[in-house]
Every structure is written in structure tokens, then in C-alpha cells.
Design a protein around this ligand. Structure first.
Ligand SMILES: Nc1nc2c(c(=O)[nH]1)N[C@H]1C(S)=C(S)[C@@H](COP(=O)(O)O)O[C@H]1N2
Ligand SMILES: [Mo]
Length: 391
């Protein structure tokens, strides 16, 4: 709500031509400026590939974080990825089924869902494959939906239901390998949550983004959102919730989104394979701009909702300096947190800028060397040294 007001304010200011003069006086935070204000230029990142394909396929889109001009990602710019394309779902025919170990199996229409108590959730997430140098698989939104717990309570979850599987309406042919045999099966996209998480009151079944129906890319008509979790957990085109006793081991739960990490336990390295769940503590520099002799560094912080203590920036290997966390975005537990840093006295030539975030528990965003024991490319939350060229 307050964010909507902010957007309007910014636009009004721009219209009235006070864009630059009014910034300090009106207290408009620096990140609320358009990507490029009058007289401002984008400082090129020299670590970005020359010709990035921002829309590499019909079902994929990267978000160019250098163009960010507000807290919320515009609906038509949201990053997207899907594994089985977009299922066509007619809203009138849509039903969300709740099946398995429940007292009352349900089949809810979109209208029935919308009549239930709704809640708003500011939630930004990234695909667990989001990483340097592009960092384009992340976006931030204000969602509306029904708390998952309310739907599950309506169905009456049985005591021995331990696992909740969320199936999308999308599906495709998969090869399931087993001891030298390959079985071809038609699988739905599926992810699961343990009972404690499903009934925690946190996840929602969202039907709106930015106050409007979900886009096709974002999972029309209904998607699961698990605040603080990586993209893959947020099942789009949600068709069925199935309560069961045993762990669900479908491809997108147990195989395709898996992190292999070496952990030292009692002096011995144990190789652990985990499903991708909560987001790791991460920050990255999204944009550097120049106006006169000032350089503005702007970046994004993302994590699982653990409160943030500080973000720091280091230039050319120099000491860590505190960046400024935007107080508005800090209010939202699971939204993007934005930060700015005023870089004074930048000299012509190439420079390396890097950010790191520290949470209230003292956990520090690691360097890539510090997570060298993580073997799959997913969950890369390493500090990202950005190379920039000052003219
Ligand atoms: N039904 C369904 N849900 C899905 C997917 C999918 O392929 N099918 N992809 C997941 C992955 S890997 C990510 S990163 C996010 C992307 O969400 P977005 O397209 O809204 O950005 O959706 C997740 N939910
Ligand atoms: Mo993903």
C-alpha cells in the first residue's frame, strides 16, 4: 500500500519537472529515481557479456537489474522460467483440488478462493540458479492470496499427514532412471513442503501480483508462494495439493534442484545432498551511475527473512564501508532490500566493486572461495565482484 503511494509520488514529481531539484528536499530515497535521471549516465559493467539474450526462449526472461527504477518489478519485466511451458487454464474451469490425507477433499473454484480471507505479501525471490555475472533471475512483487493454512484447515488435515505435495497443471515427458532401466513417464511439475511449513501460516496461494490477476508467466491463475524460499518452491499454475505420509521424491523436488555440499563434521568431510529450500544470504550490485563527480552504487539484498544488520561495499580491495539500507524496503521481511552507496573520488579506468551483507546473527555473505565445497551451481550466494569502467 505505502509502496503504491511512493510510486505515484515519484511520477508526480517527475511530471512537475522537479526530478533533480526535489530529491533531497522531499526526502525521496535515491533508489526511487528513474534508472537514469536527467544528466545521469550508466557506468558500464565490464564483467557483463556483450550480447546478452534477455529473452532466451518463449518461456524464459531475464530481468536487467540495471534498469530498476522502483521497489517492485513491473509485471511485464518479471523474470521467468518454466520447465513445461504455460498450460492454458480457463478461469471459469479452474479448480484447485485438495486430496489425500484430509477429512474433506476439496475442489475450489477461483471465485471460492477469492471469497476466502485474503492477505498481502511483499515477496522477492530468485531462482536458485541466479548467479554472476547477470544476476537476472530475480524480481520483487506485492502479491495477494489466501493463506495456505486456511485452505488446508477447510479440508481438515489428518494427524498422520506429514508431507504436502503441490502439483502444477503443467507436465511433460520425463525419463526416470533406475538401475540401468529408463522409464518414460508423463510427470506434473511438483514440489512438496513438510507439515510444519505447510501449516505455519506463512505460505499463501496467490492469485494477484501488483493488485492484478497473475500473468501467464507468473502462474495464472493461482500459485503457491513460500516466503523466503527459492523460486522453484513457488509452484505456479497450481492444480492440486496432495497430503501424504511419505516424502515426495519427484524430479523437481529431489533431483533437478539439489545442492551438493561438503560439510566437515568431526574433522571428516560429509557430502550432503539437499533439496533447494530457503534462500541463502545474498547481495549484489545492480547498477552504478554517474552524475557530475558523484558515483552511485545501487544494490539488492535477498535472504530467507532473517533480519539484516548491515551491507558493506569494498572498492578495489579496500576496506569495507557501510552502505545505506533503504528503510522502507527494510520493513518487509521477505521483500527485496535495496541499498545505496555514494562512491566519492572515482578515478578513470577499471575498478572492482563488491558488496557483502551481514545478518543479525552475524552470518556474513561468503566469498566464492568460502563456498568452494558447494559443487552444484545452485544456491550461489557468493560475493560478486563487479568490474566497472569509469570514463
Ligand atoms: N508449475 C510450475 N511452477 C514453477 C516452475 C515450473 O516450471 N512449473 N518453475 C519454478 C522455478 S524453477 C522458478 S525459478 C519460479 C519462477 O517464477 P517466475 O516465473 O514467476 O519468476 O517458478 C517455479 N515454479
Ligand atoms: Mo528456478
Amino acid at each position: 500500500m505505502c509502496a503504491m503511494t511512493k510510486e505515484t509520488t515519484r511520477r508526480d514529481i517527475l511530471k512537475s519537472g522537479l526530478a533533480l531539484a526535489g530529491v533531497g528536499l522531499l526526502g525521496i530515497p535515491e533508489w526511487a529515481l528513474p534508472a537514469l535521471a536527467q544528466g545521469e549516465t550508466l557506468v558500464p559493467f565490464t564483467d557483463l557479456p556483450d550480447n546478452i539474450n534477455w529473452v532466451p526462449a518463449a518461456d524464459r526472461r531475464l530481468y536487467d537489474v540495471r534498469t530498476i527504477d522502483g521497489v517492485f518489478t513491473p509485471r511485464d519485466k518479471w523474470f521467468t522460467t518454466q520447465h513445461y511451458g504455460h498450460p492454458d487454464i480457463a478461469p471459469a474451469a479452474y479448480r484447485l483440488k485438495v486430496s489425500g490425507m484430509v477429512e474433506r477433499p476439496l475442489s475450489l473454484s477461483l471465485d471460492e478462493l477469492k471469497k476466502m480471507r485474503s492477505t498481502d505479501l511483499v515477496f522477492g525471490f530468485e531462482c536458485s540458479g541466479n548467479r554472476r555475472p547477470i544476476q537476472g533471475l530475480s524480481s520483487n512483487g506485492r502479491w495477494t492470496g489466501v493463506p495456505l493454512r486456511e485452505v488446508l484447515n477447510r479440508a481438515g488435515v489428518k494427524d498422520d499427514a506429514r508431507e504436502f505435495v503441490f502439483f502444477g497443471a503443467d507436465h511433460g515427458d520425463e525419463d526416470v532412471e533406475f538401475r540401468g532401466n529408463t522409464f518414460k513417464v508423463d510427470q506434473q511439475f511438483g514440489r512438496s513442503l513438510p507439515r510444519e511449513k505447510a501449516l505455519s501460516g506463512e505460505p499463501i496461494l496467490a492469485y494477484a501480483l501488483g493488485g492484478e490477476p497473475l500473468t501467464r508467466h507468473q502462474g495464472f491463475p493461482v500459485r503457491l508462494l513460500v516466503p523466503g524460499y527459492y523460486g522453484v518452491c513457488n509452484v505456479k499454475f497450481l492444480a492440486e495439493i496432495h497430503a501424504q505420509h511419505d516424502p515426495y521424491l519427484g524430479k523437481y523436488q529431489a533431483r533437478w534442484y539439489r545442492t551438493l555440499r561438503g560439510e566437515t563434521i568431526n574433522g571428516q568431510v560429509h557430502w550432503k545432498e539437499d533439496a533447494v529450500t530457503h534462500m541463502q544470504l545474498k547481495s549484489w550490485i545492480a547498477r552504478v551511475t554517474n552524475a557530475g563527480n558523484r558515483h552511485h552504487v545501487f544494490g539488492i539484498v535477498l535472504n530467507d527473512g532473517t533480519p539484516i544488520r548491515t551491507v558493506e561495499v569494498s572498492i578495489d580491495g579496500g576496506p569495507w564501508q557501510a552502505a545505506k539500507l533503504d528503510p522502507e524496503t527494510m520493513k518487509e521481511k521477505c521483500g527485496w532490500k535495496l541499498f545505496t552507496y555514494a562512491w566519492m573520488g572515482a578515478t578513470p579506468g577499471e575498478h572492482t566493486l563488491v558488496s557483502r551483507v551481514i545478518d543479525v546473527n552475524g552470518q556474513v555473505q561468503p566469498t566464492s572461495e568460502e563456498i568452494a565445497n558447494k559443487k552444484t551451481f545452485l544456491e550461489d550466494n557468493s560475493q560478486h565482484p563487479r568490474k566497472v569502467m569509469i570514463a
